[in-house]
Design a protein around this ligand. Sequence first.
Ligand code: DAH
Length: 342
Amino acid sequence: MHQKLQNLKNEALAQIISAQSAEELEQIRIQYLGKSGQLNDIARLFKDLSPAEKSSVGLLFNDVKSAISDALSSSKLSSLKSSSPADFDPSLPGVKIALGHLHPITNAIEEISSVFEKIGFSRVRYPEVDWDWYAFESLNFPDNHPARDDWETFFVDTPARPHLGRMLLTPHTSNGQVREMERVKTPPIRMVNIAKCYRRQVDVSHTPMFHQFEGLVVDRGITVANLKGTTDYFVKTFFGPNRKSRLRPYHFQFTEPSFEVDISCGICNGHGCKLCKEGWLELGGAGMVHPNVLKAGKIDPSEYTGFAFGWGVERTYMMKSGTKIDDIRLLYSNDIRFLTQF
Ligand code: DAH
């Protein structure tokens, strides 16, 4: 009986391979697997076998049966079965293949990088878990200075190191400033550092993790005019040619003078409306690099000057015309219904 089953399997597989149509394939199925097909004919003989024979033949029988049905269903012809013209209804809607895309913030990061690359900035990245020295101390925040509290920092529970201090989750991308000065050593420096930042804050306009992009330019003869030119260029390229930027006096430890950069409102064009009130929307901080910061990066402030800025990616993205997100936390909730809208 073993031999008989083997022969049957070989024959069936050979017929399946050489079948020319779906109808022929169906005939083969009936011939072997059908109710009065050849396999069932063999099964009927099982009752005369001894229990030992029954179990060994039974195993082979099952193998042969599944080999034949696998071959039938994987034959290319079997998928043609239902595509005869009579079965095809062209009026039915098609099946749309779902296509994924990058996260809106990843897209914003790419776009921001390319805007700055066009004017000679290089994209860099620095650690997102860094020493107090890079995030604060080298940026002209003396130890225990109250301005540190503005950054609501998460500290890592590890011992402090001499000079470097404690480890922390970077609360801003400004930690890249002195790191870039150490890497480049001799200016010119023209970097844009885009990274994750962490702060102890969460509400409709804050997530504990967010992104910033930090610009730093250091060279001979850099002035506020270069900062203003760069801000204007970014605002017009990213937000549109009709938008304007303005610098408003402010205070940061690591810049002198310091500014907040505003952009003209896209709805009222700077005249004042319900959204912006006075015609301007706040983009983020900027200023001329403080001499103490240049010194911390071993750059001579009597020879070189620089400007810097640090803006939030999420905020900047949401300010772009046409993008209205009521709750910033939605960006990181991984809800596909939200993400597919972008
Ligand atoms: N690091 C500041 C913040 O997170 C933003 C900032 C202000 C960055 C002024 C700068 C700057 O480079 O010059 O609020």
